[in-house]
Ligand binder design. Structure first.
Ligand SMILES: NC(=O)c1ccc[n+]([C@@H]2O[C@H](COP(=O)([O-])OP(=O)(O)OC[C@H]3O[C@@H](n4cnc5c(N)ncnc54)[C@H](OP(=O)(O)O)[C@@H]3O)[C@@H](O)[C@H]2O)c1
Length: 304
């Protein structure tokens, strides 16, 4: 409103740079032209100095008059100047450098964009697969499989245990007492009666499966896990079908490894060492009360 308005340039930055560049080139060429003229005058002057005035008349270098050497030296400088204006500035001048730099930057940008694309798709794949995996098998903290298995993973035959190991039964009782025990219908039916001091959750596909009072019957594993909520360490006590389904959800395995291979019809699933870490081991040798040697092993699931 007050004071003088600054004059607004009528040309943009790019045009300004082009004009400045053109001015620089004109100056360079003018300097070269002046150099050429001075060189010509200088050369004539040197010839006159030597041949007419007689300066250094007898001085020769490698058999040639000194002024010839002086003119040749100057000519070399002039050629260098010429080369600088028309060749080096054109190919290695600022504009040429900028052009090369722009090319490199464009290439790098393309490469970065490509890498970003790859990373994005990889990340989404990882997120997708891990989230699908999580959805499929959300690990239930505290959910423990308790089992006794032979060296060949045998756990039963004809709906019965294959061995009698009193220390193992004692351990089973000590660990599971006061907790929820989840089992398949067949395992439940292998007991003469429900085990004392434990909440029984029996899984069966039969909608009208009848069980004694106090025994909870559910129709799938997820409902069994739900029914055990409130217990910090619910146990899955078998059998083969239920261990297999529950293993992905479990966070711990209490295994009694009986050091013998058995003929069996039911087996415990393989323990994958990349998923399960052995955290405890106690060996028990064969004795009067135990027909086989065995080890109590604890496995905990790695947290990924
Ligand atoms: N060594 C050990 O530590 C140990 C421990 C426990 C058991 N065992 C042995 O294991 C054997 C029994 O195991 P098993 O594999 O034959 O039977 P199981 O796992 O005890 O029970 C299988 C039954 O569970 C029900 N079931 C399984 N999956 C189900 C699902 N997704 N939804 C609803 N119901 C489902 C079905 O009942 P319905 O048929 O009623 O539908 C099925 O027939 C016996 O020999 C036993 O002695 C050994």
């Amino acid at each position: 409103m007050f004071g003088k308005k600054k004059p607004v340039p009528q040309i943009d930055r790019e045009q300004m740079e082009l004009i400045q560049n053109a001015q620089r080139r004109i100056k360079q060429k003018r300097r070269l032209y002046i150099h050429f003229v001075i060189f010509l005058i200088g050369a004539v002057f040197l010839i006159v100095l030597n041949t007419v005035i007689g300066v250094g008349e007898t001085t020769k270098i490698a058999g040639m008059d000194w002024f010839v050497w002086a003119i040749l030296g100057w000519l070399f400088l002039f050629v260098y100047h010429l080369f600088n204006v028309f060749i080096t500035h054109k190919f290695m001048g600022k504009a040429w450098e900028q052009e090369q730099l722009d090319k490199l930057v464009t290439k790098q940008k393309e490469r970065i964009a490509q890498l970003e694309k790859t990373i994005d798709s990889d990340t989404s794949l990882v997120t997708k697969s891990s989230s699908v995996e999580e959805k499929k098998t959300p690990i239930v903290n505290g959910l423990t499989l308790i089992v006794a298995a032979g060296e060949n993973d045998a756990i039963g035959k004809d709906n019965q245990l294959i061995w009698h190991l009193s220390d193992d039964l004692r351990r089973f009782k000590a660990l599971t007492s006061g907790h929820a025990i989840i089992m398949g219908r067949k395992t439940f039916e292998s007991f003469p009666k429900p085990l004392p001091n434990r909440k029984h959750i029996v899984i069966s596909r039969q909608k009208d499966y009848q069980a004694p009072n106090g025994v909870i019957v559910v129709n799938n594993l997820e409902d069994a896990i739900d029914a055990s909520k409130g217990d910090l360490q619910p146990f899955v006590i078998g059998g083969g079908e239920i261990y297999k389904q529950a293993m992905p959800f479990a966070s711990k395995i209490e295994l009694t490894r009986v050091h013998e291979s058995f003929d069996a019809d039911t087996f415990f699933p393989k323990i994958d060492p990349s998923i399960w870490k052995e955290t405890d081991k106690t060996f028990h040798s064969k004795d009067a009360g135990h027909e086989y040697s065995f080890s109590f092993l604890t496995y905990e699931k790695y947290k990924f």
